[in-house]
Ligand binder design. Sequence first.
Ligand code: PLP
Length: 373
Amino acid sequence: MKLYDVYPLFDINIVKGKGCQVWDEKGTEYLDLYGGHAVISIGHAHPHYVEMISNQVAQLGFYSNSVINKLQQDLADRLGELSGYDDYQFFLINSGAEANENALKLASFYNGRTRVLVQEKAFHGRTSLAVEATHNPKIIAPINANGHVTYLPMNDLSAWEVELAKGDVCAVMIECIQGVGGIRLVTPEFMQGLRVLCDKYDTVLICDEIQCGYGRSGKFFAHQYTGVRPDIITVAKGIGNGFPMGGVLISPKFTPVYGQLGTTFGGNHLACAAAIAVLDVMKQENLVENAAKVGAFLMEELKKFPQIKEVRGQGLMIGMEFEEPIKDIRRKLLFEQKVFTGVSGTNVIRLLPPLCLSMEEAKEFLKRFKEVL
Ligand SMILES: Cc1ncc(COP(=O)(O)O)c(C=O)c1O
């Protein structure tokens, strides 16, 4: 059987990882400034993570959501404490798209409405409503184009007010730092204005923190730079450091109803062990602070390169926009300098390293980057 060929692949087979390094099958070492697409938060093969998962799978890998799973509450307690959301409720699923799908469902159950507002260039996933909320007609199948979603310019509060004032908007979904959209940041004023408008028109404010959250921005959540508390926060990617997992943080104003949400795999024992290990390491190794410190250093140094048109970002979520397509630079970085990086569109290189990236590794990256410019 052939694989369904939807990914343009680099001809590299990664077989091993440690911290911010990965190795291919020939033993070539690469510096990982991509984190497997913002997924590796605490670094590859962290010993505590390996131990927690190994012990858990030897004990019990999975049982269903029809019985108590104390690991779920343990995870929620730790997440509440570390994120500053201990008064919220937590629902677990398996991916980012699923997190957003459930967030939008909750919003619609809450106010009975069906319209959603998102930013232009938004990316919220590839399932039915999440993909409709993604501003890319090429990936919205006709069956998903159901007219629920309006795409609006980022930071242009008056444009959002016009739509919200119609009184029929179910939810506003925001990436405070757009990932796929090219590392673009909301302004605090825009978010504060949205918060007021959402309250006024009984619209649910959702922050999609799947890429920019979980410490990547240098705060636990990127929206915490804006002083706003959303009604719902979605997380995935870094939450399991590669173990497939997603979560929805839900404000106390939502009342749970038996059966309204559900999942077979979400919050299983093995996933929870992985996610608890992630939070342990984030806390013990001060990885949120590290992301802020190393990220600020990288941004400052990158701004000195005259070849880069603009450097944008926060913490270890950094975009470098060039005048020309970056395909060649990225290929050289990978094949000549052995550095993995990400991309947004054609002209932006995206850095999404593990949050444990050290100053030495950041300097090493800058050295190799200089070579290809
Ligand atoms: C901001 C954002 N939302 C949602 C998703 C979808 O997550 P998943 O691929 O786990 O479904 C992504 C994935 O890249 C993302 O960056």
